[in-house]
Design a protein around this ligand. Structure first.
Ligand code: NDP
Ligand code: GDR
Length: 346
């Protein structure tokens, strides 16, 4: 039975990847750091928390001893390094912490692998955010990077560390440059989930409106459940490599919102421009989306659009869920969740 160590188990991808690996017959060890209250709701939701082949292990990526101890105890065949400070907006406020976790932490994990067992295969969670001010459309594995946030700078360090350990020590370290992937388990601070929760709550009469930042930003949004399969495929390949996982379709935040609200039977008309733009409900005329300039970032990534061609060719990986299906899936899940929460509250 293959053994996998998944860091960042409490996150969105940790839950989907664990479910995927368990379905393939793996024994999975999930790394979680000590927090004052437990946050295993995603693992519970995917019904993996009680699986006989799943165990939790305390692990903090920023602690070299913790990395060495986890690897020595688990003796994994594969490590998926998903742990990170993953919210770009927060990286502007906490740049040092972001670098300690997502840059130095990633390096320490690779170093622990080199010390304990250089035969372990490692997946490094790199990001399309590294393309930043994009230098080519679509972005591929060969597109130059131009990071625009402390988050992206930190991820670039992690990415090049993986490449360097591959080239210097022959470690099977693959870097996945993943474009945005979302799901009903997405953190509520990210824009797609903020919108899907907002659409559900407005539909149910639980709140009047939502407030967003830059509506013109464009992202290549896919479904997380499919992207974790691409991670797994990277570690089954003959050679370690760098792969883009993306859908090849880019959508503005404004258009994602339109589709998400439509899935909740609310039809939006956009009126005005700049910070005065609002989204109005066609049926009632009420303003339900407004702008707060404070939600704009000091430097923005205007447009991401990835090419999954290499992953298709070498890994036989193809994304299937469209952005419209994704928006609808998220809103339907939030309608059910918000209705249940409201009924408990009353
Ligand atoms: P989440 O924010 O949902 O999860 C991040 C995980 O990292 C959480 O389990 C968190 O634990 C953990 N973590 C944070 N700091 C530490 C630390 N010091 N030691 C150990 N664990 C830590 O992110 P996603 O699941 O969405 O993403 C997974 C990875 O992929 C991240 O590294 C992200 O940056 C990257 N990525 C994500 C993309 C996406 O669109 N989702 C796209 C490209 C890359 P806790 O719950 O305790 O905070
Ligand atoms: P991103 O995701 O920064 O791309 O990082 P996020 O959903 O936070 O932002 C996407 C775009 O939407 C704009 N935006 C808003 N964003 C948030 N969070 N809240 C708002 O109210 C809002 N209004 C507009 C943002 O400015 C941005 O342009 C995600 C994370 O998962 C990273 O970890 C990952 O590496 C990248 O995707 C690829």
């Amino acid at each position: 039975m293959k053994q996998a160590f998944v860091t960042g188990i409490t996150g969105q991808d940790g839950a989907y990847l664990t479910a995927h690996l368990l379905s393939k017959g793996y024994r999975v060890f999930g790394g979680h750091r000590r927090t004052s209250s437990q946050n295993f709701w995603r693992l519970a939701q995917l019904k993996v928390a009680d699986h006989q082949n799943f165990s939790l292990i305390e692990h903090d990526l920023t602690d070299l001893g913790s990395n060495i101890r986890a690897i020595t105890t688990i003796e994994p065949d594969e490590i998926y390094n998903l742990a990170g400070q993953s919210f770009v907006a927060v990286s502007f406020k906490e740049p040092t912490l972001t670098a300690q976790i997502s840059a130095v932490g990633a390096l320490q994990l690779l170093e622990a692998v080199r010390i304990v067992n250089p035969k372990i295969r490692v997946y490094q969670a790199s990001s399309a955010e590294m393309y930043g001010k994009v230098q080519a459309i679509p972005q591929t594995e060969d597109t130059p990077f131009y990071p625009r946030s402390p988050y992206a700078v930190a991820k670039l360090f992690g990415h090049w560390s993986a490449v360097n350990y591959r080239e210097s020590y022959g470690i099977f370290a693959s870097s996945g440059i993943l474009f945005n992937h979302e799901s009903p388990l997405r953190g509520p601070e990210f824009v797609t989930r903020k919108i899907s929760i907002g659409a559900a709550r407005i539909r149910l009469g639980l709140q009047p409106s939502i407030t967003l930042g830059n509506l013109d930003a464009r992202r290549d949004w896919g479904f997380a459940g499919e992207f974790v399969d691409g991670m797994w495929r990277m570690l089954q390949a003959e050679e370690p490599n760098t792969f883009v996982l993306a859908t090849g379709v880019t959508t503005k935040v404004r258009d994602f919102a339109t589709q998400a609200f439509a899935a909740a039977d609310i039809h939006l008309d956009w009126v005005g421009s700049g910070d005065d733009e609002v989204g109005r409900c066609r049926e009632t005329g009420r303003t339900i989306v407004q702008i707060d300039p404070a939600l704009r970032r000091p430097s923005e990534v205007d447009m991401l659009l990835g090419s999954p061609a290499k992953a298709g060719r070498i890994l036989d990986w193809t994304p299937r869920t469209t952005v419209g299906e994704l928006a609808s899936m998220m809103v339907q899940a939030d309608l059910v969740r918000e209705k249940a929460l409201a009924s408990i509250a009353h």
